[in-house]
Design a protein. Sequence first.
Length: 147
Amino acid sequence: MIIRRGRRAAFFDVRYNLLSAGSALTVLEAAAHHRSAGDLLVCVADGPSPGVPAARPAVGRATVSGAGLAADLVLYTDAPDEAGSEVVVEAMARLGLDPAQCFAYGDRREGLTILRVVGNPRVVGRDPLMTELARDRGWPILHTARY
């Protein structure tokens, strides 16, 4: 996959069941918005268990199991917190993406590190800690299908 400089990406943290019933519609509509804008869709997912190879789709877009989100790229990590941000930072560097132009979506405190490394973080849902942090930092909080 060749990425042009200046292209944007949207990172979706699906490691901790981001697409719960309350968040699914909002996240899927945000993904559709990014797809229509030509943005790269990237999921950060739990890595495979030790010794088990990651399942890769044979053809077409990668789909995160159970999420219903067709991603252009899936980043696997088997460690919590900081490891998530490390794979995102590495992906942005390798793909020539400007972090200030990238988006990230998360609904749990474990995903905060990913939200902190992009220029356009979005908190999804109503987790009290996440909404408080979002308000303190001026990050948008998505309760409904709005971007």
